[in-house]
Design a protein around this ligand. Structure first.
Ligand SMILES: [Zn+2]
Length: 176
């Protein structure tokens, strides 16, 4: 059997294959069935060390209980790279020097004309970077893994009201 690194979490050895992509059994079990979500899933990289406990428990308990394991994954140690406004401290998200700018960005988008170019320039972000920020559940103290939202343990940077208003505005402006 050919053994390679998991393309999502880097775990070695990995030998499960889906759509020509190599996964460890864990990332394989969580991978979406349809191609479009699958590609998104592959782009969302994680570090296998960050999901170690999650994965070990999962492998011990078996795949049938994966829903239950997802609920237990609330240690906050899932992100490989910290989102803007946080730093990664030993696997945990901690607000950094940019943390106050996050709320500013949300408020400015909500109260502004919806022009992403202007707002991204103002904050020295790319348009994609800005969009990622505006849609990022981390700022609510939550964690997104394998397209599911879990309660995290890190400090939220904005209120859910502000977040929801921004999601509505993004939707109304058809910003994806
Ligand atoms: Zn993996």
């Amino acid at each position: 059997m050919i053994q390679e690194k998991c393309s999502k979490c880097g775990y070695f050895p990995a030998s499960n294959r889906k759509f020509d992509t190599i996964f460890c059994p864990f990332c394989f079990a969580f991978s979406p069935k349809d191609k479009e979500h699958f590609e998104e899933y592959c782009l969302e990289k994680v570090n296998f060390q960050d999901i170690e406990t999650f994965r070990k428990n999962f492998l011990v308990r078996g795949m049938k209980q994966k829903e239950g394991m997802i609920k237990q994954s609330s240690s906050g140690k899932i992100m490989a790279r910290a989102p803007f406004g946080y730093k990664n401290e030993k696997g945990f998200l901690v607000p950094d020097l940019n943390s106050r700018e996050v709320e500013e960005i949300f408020l400015e988008f909500l109260n502004g004309d919806g022009n992403l170019t202007k707002l991204s320039n103002k904050h020295s972000l790319s348009i994609n970077g800005l969009k990622k920020i505006l849609k990022n559940y981390s700022y609510l103290g939550k964690i997104k893994f394998a397209n599911q939202i879990h309660e995290g343990k890190h400090t939220p940077l904005i209120s859910s009201t502000l977040f929801n208003h921004v999601q509505n505005k993004l939707e109304n402006l058809k910003i994806k």
